[in-house]
Design a protein around this ligand. Structure first.
Ligand SMILES: CC(C)(COP(=O)(O)OP(=O)(O)OC[C@H]1O[C@@H](n2cnc3c(N)ncnc32)[C@H](O)[C@@H]1OP(=O)(O)O)[C@@H](O)C(=O)NCCC(=O)NCCS
Length: 174
């Protein structure tokens, strides 16, 4: 990877996750059951941890699929999924930011995103994109507070439910 390997957020540790971390990601998903039910329409499934590490849109290279864990005192308290250069070369796509419930509502998500944004800028990204399910009001407020704007809307079929989703973007730099 060019530039910094991962977003920096002392005193937390942020490191790239591998298949060896799948069980710990799975444990994080279980703690985040309410979120999984809200967006997927089902409880966490045993394959969710591995799916986060492996799922990517067609055409995205393995080296551009970056999944990070956020650790506090050695325990995974968050996960971040980033696609570099997707869907266009200068755009980076946030597939997931998910924090363990007991760490929410104290500004940590804003700090994680600020660190991610600095890292994307340092690596030449010109914009960040993501989607938010319309029923996830807290996330929609969160991303708007971080400076994202809605650039479109679409639907998402999870297999269990059809979500209305907002496509959001933040332009970076000047
Ligand atoms: C969305 C998410 C990443 C936000 O992270 P977070 O750390 O909770 O975010 P913040 O603490 O910055 O903001 C959350 C709320 O806490 C409030 N808050 C922030 N700092 C605070 C503080 N020091 N004291 C009291 N409240 C505070 C914010 O105003 C915000 O309030 P709101 O929900 O009424 O708008 C996190 O809630 C999460 O992981 N959710 C589940 C997964 C998810 O929805 N991910 C996004 C998918 S698109």
């Amino acid at each position: 990877m060019r530039e910094q390997e991962a977003p920096q957020l002392a005193p937390y540790q942020v490191r790239r996750l591998t298949d060896a971390d799948a069980a710990e990601i799975q444990d994080l998903y279980v703690r985040c059951t309410a979120f999984v039910e809200l967006v997927e329409g089902r409880p966490p499934a045993s394959h969710d941890g591995l799916d986060l590490l492996q799922a990517k849109p067609p055409g995205v290279k393995d080296e551009d699929k970056l999944v990070f864990g956020l650790f506090e005192a050695g325990r995974m308290i968050g996960a971040l999924d980033v696609l570099r250069g997707y869907p266009e070369p200068d755009i980076w796509y946030l597939g997931l930011l998910m924090l363990s419930p007991e760490t929410r509502n104290r500004g940590l998500g804003a700090q994680v995103y600020a660190a991610t944004r600095r890292w994307v800028e340092a690596n030449g990204g010109k914009a960040v994109r993501l989607i938010v399910q319309a029923q996830n009001d807290a996330a929609l407020r969160f991303w708007e507070r971080q400076g994202f704007v809605v650039i479109g809307a679409t639907t998402q079929d999870t297999g269990e439910r059809t979500n209305e989703v907002f496509r959001m973007e933040q332009r970076l730099g000047g």
